[in-house]
Design a protein around this ligand. Structure first.
Ligand SMILES: [Fe+2]
Ligand SMILES: [Fe+2]
Length: 267
């Protein structure tokens, strides 16, 4: 050991392990000596858990050939909608009670159940048959089961609550014709009603194995036409206020992809 480094009588490893067990931070000299206990162990554990969940969401996107960037873009759309709801005081009491960072991070998991859907269905280049669509629909209850398993082993928290609501209800529709629970109107948690708009807009404007992207103007029209049937009317009003910014996100993505293609061709 170098001169001047702090040495706990029990040995630094044993001491740090005991700090970790107690959820405490080791004292200053150890932090200075090793630079490894400068953050609370509990916090580091939470960061580790969230990194593991991020990787799980990435793994799902790798498998789903059409979903590259889907979670990142829907997160941006959700952020725009929620910030506008706060500014315009739409469902204000509920949205101000949310920790926005937690909710946005949790939204990454909404399609995690697709991990259990076969490649033949997930990446089919044609329209799904009725039977295949039934299999695709299972990504919702499977996703909920995965999150409940995490909940059991880690205890419930706001992150997992948001994740569960979004995962369970992002395919529900305002008029009760969605899946899997056929909830109606405000029976559908607000997180699910919001994700429905972000999810459909991204599906419409993205390339999928079975279809080309459609122009942002047409996607906007489809969302607006879904007011009161597929989507919550109050949220469609919020969407109208930010639809130009939604289109900017799509344009930015296309520009970034063009740049990448050019780099590949010239590099
Ligand atoms: Fe989904
Ligand atoms: Fe999705």
């Amino acid at each position: 050991m170098e001169a001047g480094l702090y040495m706990h009588p029990a040995g630094n490893d044993a001491y740090l392990a005991s700090c970790n067990r107690a959820g405490k931070t080791a004292p200053g000299p150890t932090e200075r000596a090793f630079g490894i206990a400068s953050r609370r162990p509990v916090r580091r554990m939470l960061e580790l858990k969230s990194a593991v969940l991020d990787i799980a969401a990435d793994v799902m996107e790798f498998r789903d050939m059409g979903a590259g960037g889907h979670a990142a873009r829907t997160r941006k759309y959700l952020e725009l909608l929620i910030q506008t709801m706060r500014a315009e005081r739409v469902y204000y009491a509920e949205v101000v009670s949310w920790n926005l960072d937690l909710l946005l991070a949790s939204s990454r998991l909404h399609d995690i159940g697709k991990i259990a859907v076969s490649d033949a269905v997930l990446n089919k280049p044609d329209k799904l048959t009725r039977e295949e669509f039934e299999k695709m629909k299972t990504h919702v209850p499977i996703g909920v089961a995965i999150i409940e398993r995490i909940e059991k082993s880690t205890g419930g928290n706001a992150f997992l609550n948001h994740a569960k609501y979004i995962t369970a209800t992002h395919h529900e529709k305002w008029d009760g014709t969605g899946y899997p629970y056929m909830l109606q109107k405000r029976e559908i948690p607000l997180e699910g009603r919001l994700m429905a708009i972000a999810d459909v807009y991204d599906a419409l404007t993205s390339r999928r194995p079975y279809k080309e992207p459609i122009p942002t103007g047409e996607a906007e029209e489809i969302i607006v036409q879904g007011e009161g049937t597929h989507f919550d009317p109050a949220l469609v009003e919020v969407f109208r206020l930010v639809s130009a910014q939604f289109a900017d996100i799509v344009d930015d993505e296309l520009t970034a992809r063009d740049d990448d293609d050019r780099r590949i061709l010239t590099g």
